[in-house]
Design a protein around this ligand. Structure first.
Ligand SMILES: [Fe+2]
Ligand SMILES: [Fe+2]
Length: 274
């Protein structure tokens, strides 16, 4: 079973790239299951149901999220209507939505997906991801050995540690949140595919998807600046993982990057940050 995992989709440009590129990537690489991180899908911060629905034909099976999941007003009510969208499992259990679930891939493989946030340099957002992973993985493994973890975290050390902690218990631990793809994709000895960060679907000429000037201004002067999303010149970063359905072991991991041709960028109205 081949998995395609897509990093943080940023704004309208990111959505356009996913719509145009994912169906062809699915066919080109023979992918049976596609996961994409949607935490920045609406105007670069947060999620709306409308943005998720706009990707109905993009052939993404499951959306994950992260620290920005509640940035858009009203999404706490909308998330319960989106069974294919996960919020971090180690957020407070009273929050709406769910953090892990089992889905069915196009080839019939049952795939468990788990979304977690890190705690290091993440403003103490979540509960312990190691504890949350242990209980969620035990639950998922009762249904399937094929388990994909999106670890949405800042610190490389915390991400590698969680990957090593779950080695042999899940099929893949794939990192998101930094928006910058790392070059350390590997399969650990226990059979878990690992990648510190998949990268984003966002503008190449940007700072993590935002216009360069205001970000420099904020760092250089300490003064507030409005960070607009760059919608042109989009690159899609993703990771492919081959998984043995009977055992859940990964046999191969590969990074891919695809540029959206300028002519394919579309004019869908954007959802600005509140
Ligand atoms: Fe992000
Ligand atoms: Fe994030």
């Amino acid at each position: 079973m081949r998995l395609l995992f897509i990093g943080d989709i940023v704004g309208k440009g990111g959505r356009g790239a996913v719509r145009h590129l994912v169906p062809e990537l699915r066919r080109e690489y023979g992918c049976a299951f596609v996961v994409a991180n949607a935490e920045n899908i609406a105007g670069g911060g947060g999620i709306t149901r409308k943005c998720i629905d706009s990707l109905a034909d993009a052939e993404v099976d499951v959306f994950t999220s992260g620290d920005h999941v509640w940035d858009q007003r009203g999404f706490a009510e909308e998330i319960v209507t989106l069974p294919h969208l996960l919020r971090p499992a180690n957020f407070c259990p009273e929050q709406p939505g769910r953090g892990h679930a089992v889905f069915t891939a196009a080839d019939g493989t049952r795939v468990g997906v788990l979304c977690l946030v890190g705690r290091t340099f993440m403003n103490g957002l979540g509960n312990c991801p190691f504890q949350a992973a242990t209980s969620a993985v035990a639950e998922l493994r009762r249904e399937t050995p094929v388990i994909v973890v999106d670890f949405h975290a800042e610190a490389t050390s915390e991400k590698i540690a969680l990957g090593r902690f779950l080695d042999g218990r899940v099929s893949a631990v794939l990192g998101t949140h930094t928006h910058v793809e790392t070059a350390d994709q590997t399969v650990f000895p226990g059979g878990t595919a690992y990648h510190t960060d998949v990268g984003m679907v966002g503008a190449v000429e940007s700072v993590l998807g935002r216009a360069i000037g205001p970000v420099i201004q904020r760092f250089a002067t300490g003064m507030p600046a409005r960070f607009t999303v760059v919608e042109k010149g989009i690159a899609l970063h993703a990771t492919l993982v081959d998984i043995e359905p009977a055992t859940g072991r990964a046999s191969h991991i590969e990074r891919i990057v695809r540029r959206l041709d300028a002519g394919d960028e579309d004019g869908e109205p954007d959802h600005e940050m509140p």
